[in-house]
Ligand binder design. Structure first.
Ligand code: HEC
Ligand code: HEC
Ligand code: HEC
Length: 438
């Protein structure tokens, strides 16, 4: 008897706790659900939002490799902090943004305040999205809440060690450094120019990668009136986003309108530049799917922002010579040179080039006549001031699918010893990045 009484006494609080928590969950869920702005569940608005989500490239960060659309969980290494996982932004009520009101959604996008009022890391580009108009925000909301398939998969917990994982310092950071608000059209500019500015500064968040960072890793400028806007970003994940201001030497001032349009739409302009790494992703998911008129508007704006000069003395796409010393090595056995296990068999870069690259980029490096395999002479990635992107391309290759057409260069990380890699890069720079006239 006593035993029974004891067990009831012990289990009563447990039972009570269980009932309360179930009720609380219920209240919480329905409270959330009643806040949903169902009046925005309109087909035209959802369609508009779908396009804006493409322009904003939400997919790039919110879809893990091979994962479900917008289910998050993509790992992002943040230097000196740890690993952050992007959120599930499908309308799942438990693990996604189901139940969110327009106000909460807006707050996350434009102010960087997420679930339960927590501050979001600026890996979510809210400084750029702050430019989005109310009208476009409603369309994005309609799409994410009513046009996206809910996915029930929770994302892994962040791996950020204790004191650093506190989010309040982000409030201070925002207060000190973020100075960005809804885009104000400039009356002295055309509608096209303003549309381009709106997209470049806002949804397309070009500055996230292409604008230099300040002491606290904040973007130094959020529009063309700030110094250094789009004049070249930091190295992120091994890739560097170049100066894309109209400076004729350090930027893209010598590119024609047509070349810039073709690059943004396809990622490929032979004898100029190709897009690898994160730029290939931006083109694949976003830019190649945007309307011609929006690309044209961005091109108009980009060609009109203040040029910013840098260190370069010749444009990166106007460097290099066709290789000549490679020809005579043709026919010699090269297997020994490319044997990964035997690093002592050093070889010179030209032979490595001949063995690993020439089959596509041509014996002299000028690519195929139709330009499908691009020239490495007059190639912005090879001729750039720094060799970060060239190294990334050699190690990890290039992958890009545009309009169903796949472009692929294999990576060579597993086939080169450290020494061979250095010799090859050295050779590529000496030959295909030589200043003009040398
Ligand atoms: C460059 C990467 C990147 C892009 C592009 C991006 N996001 Fe995010 N987003 C993130 C990361 C990372 C987080 C989580 C940040 C954190 O946990 O502090 C996040 C968080 C969010 C949240 C908050 C979710 C929550 O549970 O609190 C929402 C909503 C969101 N993003 C919506 C969007 C939308 C809509 C777009 C496109 C217009 C977009 N994001 C584009 C990286 C990105
Ligand atoms: C996620 C980062 C990222 C975003 C966002 C991004 N870029 Fe890039 N961009 C890069 C990187 C990295 C490269 C270098 C690619 C390479 O060398 O293969 C690049 C290269 C370029 C180039 C070629 C420059 C040259 O000289 O070769 C242009 C032009 C360009 N980006 C324009 C844009 C525009 C316009 C936007 C916004 C619509 C944008 N980028 C958004 C990372 C980014
Ligand atoms: C199987 C064919 C193939 C081989 C082999 C090959 N490439 Fe490529 N390479 C490509 C293709 C395809 C592209 C992308 C073209 C495009 O973007 O339109 C490319 C692009 C490049 C780029 C520009 C990348 C960028 O991000 O701007 C460089 C630099 C490059 N290759 C160097 C090399 C070097 C060096 C080697 C030898 C180590 C090599 N390639 C081997 C096919 C190849």
């Amino acid at each position: 008897m006593r035993l029974l009484r004891l067990s009831v006494m012990l289990s009563a609080p447990l039972l009570l706790w269980w009932v309360v928590s179930v009720l609380a969950q219920e209240v919480w869920d329905t409270a959330g659900a009643t806040e949903v702005n169902t009046e925005l569940n309109l087909p035209e608005l959802i369609d508009k939002g779908r396009y804006l989500a493409i322009a904003g490239d939400c997919e790039a960060c919110h879809t893990a490799p091979g994962g479900k659309l917008f289910a998050g969980g993509r790992a992002m290494e943040i230097p000196r902090l740890g690993t952050l996982y992007s959120s599930n932004i499908t309308p799942d009520i438990n693990v996604g943004i189901g139940g969110w009101s327009l106000r909460e959604f807006d707050r996350a996008l434009r102010r960087g305040i997420g679930k339960m009022g927590r501050n979001l890391y600026p890996a979510m580009p809210y400084e750029a999205y702050a430019k989005i108009t109310d009208e476009d925000m409603r369309a994005l909301y309609a799409y994410f809440l009513f046009g996206v398939q809910p996915v029930h998969d929770a994302v892994p917990a962040n791996r950020i060690p204790k004191p650093l994982s506190a989010r309040w310092p982000l409030k201070v950071w925002n207060w000190l450094f973020v100075d960005s608000e809804v885009y104000q059209p400039r009356p002295d500019q055309s509608d096209e120019w303003n549309r381009g500015a709106y997209l470049v500064q806002g949804l397309a968040h070009c500055g996230e990668c292409h604008t230099p960072r300040g002491i606290a890793f904040q973007e130094k400028a959020y529009d063309e009136t700030g110094r250094g806007f789009l004049s070249g970003g930091p190295v992120l994940d091994g890739w560097e986003a170049y100066n894309i201001t109209p400076d004729p030497v350090s930027g893209i001032g010598k590119w024609s309108r047509e070349q810039l349009t073709q690059y943004l739409e396809t990622g490929h302009v032979n004898r100029l530049a190709q897009a690898g790494g994160p730029m290939a992703e931006a083109i694949e998911n976003s830019l190649s799917k945007m309307r011609g008129s929006d690309i044209a508007a961005m091109v108009t704006y980009l060609r009109d922002i203040p040029p910013v000069a840098g260190e370069a003395r010749a444009p990166r796409h106007q460097r290099g010579q066709p290789a000549s010393e490679v020809i005579i090595k043709r026919g010699n056995p090269i297997a020994v040179d490319t044997h990964p296990a035997d690093a002592t068999k050093t070889s010179d870069g030209a032979r490595l080039y001949l063995g690993m690259c020439a089959s596509c980029h041509g014996v002299d490096g000028t690519g195929t006549p139709d330009g499908y395999y691009p020239s490495l002479v007059n190639n912005s990635t090879v001729g750039a001031e720094s060799d970060h992107n060239l190294r990334q391309a050699v190690l990890y290759g290039v992958r890009r699918t545009v309009d169903g057409h796949k472009k692929m260069m294999p990576g060579f990380a597993n086939q080169l010893s450290e020494q061979q890699y250095e010799k090859l890069v050295n050779y590529l720079r000496r030959t295909f990045a030589a200043p003009p006239g040398k």
